[in-house]
Design a protein around this ligand. Structure first.
Ligand code: SF4
Length: 54
């Protein structure tokens, strides 16, 4: 079952499902470079990501 309300374009992630869906049970999103103070969406990313090829 995919995570409701999560839209993801990272098709190289092993949790990714067609239709821009995420199949993980939960996700963790962090600020690039650490801390908790992002200023733009580009400074955040999903740390639940795992490469399909690893
Ligand atoms: S775990 Fe993160 S990167 Fe992977 S499909 Fe879900 S939202 Fe996307």
């Amino acid at each position: 079952m995919s995570l409701p309300g999560v839209k993801c374009k990272v098709s190289s992630c092993k949790y990714w499902k067609s239709g821009e869906q995420c199949d993980a049970s939960a996700i963790e999103v962090n600020v690039d470079g650490g801390g908790s103070n992002a200023r733009q969406s580009e400074q955040t990313n999903c740390h639940t990501f795992e490469s399909k090829n690893s």
